[in-house]
Ligand binder design. Structure first.
Ligand SMILES: *Cc1c(COP(=O)(O)O)cnc(C)c1O
Length: 219
């Protein structure tokens, strides 16, 4: 199987309301171009240092998403072009994105990353922290960001019940926020990777971030 076949097979499987973000981290521009030639236009990376050169080298109609941990001092390198930042895990990072977006005369779409896994190395807001921050209303004064929804990563485990419980929890946080504090613009639940996207979709995901199933295994 090649990248194009993998992609087409995956597309057949995904419901129409689920957006596919092709996660191209560690794969070279030639691999990304194979997916591009098969019609894929939305790609995600997890490191700024890798994302910026790929943005520069590849066609400008690609939409780039940042899905990995983002340090505040790296935001300025992404602000001119990034389409969606999935990994906002603090108020300080959100303020920095707003500031850098303003400098670039842009509005940047973001997702709030919620910690749903029981793994210490993963990060994000707890449900309580996130509700408290949104309730505080500061985000409404940040005119150059638009909070579009939430993102979460499940625990890396074979226990499907556990993964399902975590994804259901994220869906319920999304529903709660949308109901209480946001309008239709808050419409994105980014959950699901190669190993668990089917469960994520069952639990209400409408954006999946898939790498290995398209490009093959990583080192
Ligand atoms: C690498 C990565 C993915 C994709 O992982 P696969 O298992 O290769 O599909 C999704 N989300 C994030 C945040 C990642 O870092």
């Amino acid at each position: 199987m090649n990248i194009k076949d993998n992609l087409n097979k995956l597309r057949e499987e995904l419901p129409d309301n689920v957006e596919l973000i092709a996660i191209s981290k560690t794969f070279p521009p030639e691999d990304i171009m194979q997916a591009y030639e098969a019609g894929q236009r939305v790609f995600g990376e997890s490191r700024q240092q890798e994302l910026t050169p790929k943005y520069e080298a590849l066609p400008k109609d690609i939409e780039w998403h940042m899905v990995g941990h983002l340090q505040r001092n790296k935001v300025r390198f992404l602000a001119p072009f990034v389409k969606l930042i999935h990994s906002v895990n603090s108020a300080r990072l959100l303020r920095r994105i707003d500031r850098e977006a303003k400098r670039n005369e842009r509005v940047i779409d973001v997702l709030m990353q919620v910690l749903i896994a029981d793994e210490k190395k993963k990060n994000g807001w707890s449900r309580e922290e996130l509700l408290k921050f949104i309730e505080g209303g500061e985000h409404k004064k940040l005119e150059n960001i638009r909070i579009r929804g939430v993102m979460g990563m499940a625990t890396f485990t074979d226990d499907q019940e556990q993964v399902m419980g975590e994804y259901r929890a994220l869906k319920s946080i999304f529903d709660e926020l949308r109901e209480e504090y946001f309008d239709e613009e808050f419409d994105t639940i980014s959950m699901g990777m190669t190993g668990d996207y089917k469960i994520a979709i069952e639990c209400g995901s409408n954006m999946v971030r898939i790498g290995s199933k398209i490009f093959g295994g990583r080192e």
